[in-house]
Design a protein around this ligand. Structure first.
Ligand code: GN1
Ligand code: MG
Length: 372
């Protein structure tokens, strides 16, 4: 579908208020496509919405994604009200289609819309440990508010999403198939992955043997999935709920550290610039553990640093696999973008391995501070 050409037809099918005035793409996220729509109301004031095209290559059953989103947002709204807070602008709110559905689904074309979270921004780089503390607090509270959600009601929107062992098997299949003839050129990266194979399956093993519980988790806790108040910096709303499903608290903690506690962007080419910022690590840990210390088990809490290592490995592994497969999953901006991303994750992981004791120390400190 040609977005510009068919835009009006798509927009007309949603219950938007006012008359459409403008559309701009919001370029965050490697999977879905996101647009901000502006409308003018009768009193001439303006109002915005978010329109998203769900990537049905990644999300094979979008109707299940939308059912999860509906259940989760309803639950979060009730939890907010129970805490005496207003869900408006703090919980994503779906805009239905004119025929009362949660999305438009035409073949593999899938669209849905939300109210726009107002006076908010997202960041792709953390400015200060205080800002990352606030993001940690938001993701911790998110998990908190969903701790009484009946987990069996959620679909697995991407089956085995954080199953690092299955991701490793898929990687080996991609190395063998080598459809792009790229495997020889990434021999070092392949060896890096294989050398860590055993340890990186640890979370999957601990879930399977029952030592780590499954919880309702976000599963994609990049800092740009928290909307921050443009004036106060306060976390307003956790977004990107498509992968909310049963998972481990280690995933949410770990993925946030991977992305937010790095000294560089996720696709930094100059690997000398890529390190773990221990000050930022501390900031996030303080915010996240402050919210979750009472709910998580002692083993979960002390295993949080492992979450950071495994998530950094896993995302690097997924980028490398996609590079071998011919860049079918993640949107890229230049030919070796996925390889650059993978190398950056592996450099960050190497630095985390060197600082594992420091990470454990800080997490231990936070556990003492918050676990009563
Ligand atoms: C994708 O869509 P986005 O950019 O928020 C991916 C995450 C990865 C991330 C890496 C559904 O997230 O799992 O960690 O890219 N989301 C999906 O930047 O695969
Ligand atoms: Mg996202």
């Amino acid at each position: 579908m040609n977005f510009e050409g068919d835009l009006k037809a798509i927009i007309d099918r949603f219950e938007f208020e006012g008359s459409f005035s403008a559309c701009e793409e919001i370029k965050v996220g490697h999977v879905n496509r996101t647009y901000r729509l502006r409308f003018v109301l009768e009193d001439k004031s303006s109002r915005s919405y978010v329109l998203q095209r769900i990537n049905t290559f990644a999300f094979k059953k979008p109707e299940q994604v939308m059912e999860n989103v509906r259940l989760i947002t309803e639950h979060l709204s009730r939890a907010m009200l129970a805490r005496g807070r207003d869900p408006e602008n703090h919980v994503l709110h779906l805009v239905p289609t004119r025929d009362g559905r949660a999305m438009i689904l035409d073949g593999t074309e899938c669209w849905r819309a939300y109210d726009y979270v107002s006076h908010a921004k997202t960041v792709n780089r953390v400015d200060t440990p205080g800002q990352f503390y606030e993001i940690g607090r938001a993701f911790g509270e998110f998990q908190n508010m969903l701790s009484d959600f009946p987990i069996e009601r959620l679909y697995d929107t991407i089956p085995d999403f954080h199953d690092t062992v299955k991701r490793l098997e898929a990687f080996e299949r991609s190395v063998s198939a080598d459809v792009m003839r790229r495997a020889d050129s990434v021999a070092d990266e392949i060896a890096f992955v294989r050398a860590r194979k055993g340890r990186m399956g640890r979370i999957v093993e601990m879930i399977a043997d029952g030592s780590l519980p499954l919880r309702v988790t976000h599963n994609d806790t990049k800092i740009n999935n928290v909307m921050l108040d443009i004036n106060t910096g306060e976390a307003l709303c956790v977004v990107d709920l498509d992968t909310v499903m049963a998972g481990s608290s280690l995933y949410d903690y770990g993925d946030a550290i991977r992305f937010g506690a790095s000294t560089a962007q996720e696709d930094e080419r100059d690997l000398d610039k890529v390190q773990l910022d221990i000050g930022l690590f501390r900031g996030f840990s303080d915010g996240f553990i402050g919210q979750t210390a009472r709910d998580l088990t002692p083993l979960e809490l002390e295993s949080l640093p492992l979450g950071a290592l495994v998530m950094t490995f896993e995302v690097g592994l997924r980028f490398l696999t996609d590079y071998l497969d011919g860049d079918r999953y993640f949107r890229i901006e230049y030919p070796d973008h996925n390889l650059v991303r993978a190398r950056c994750q592996f450099k960050l992981l190497t630095d985390m391995e060197a600082h594992e004791e420091d990470m454990k120390c800080i997490v231990g400190e936070m556990i003492k501070k918050y676990r009563v």
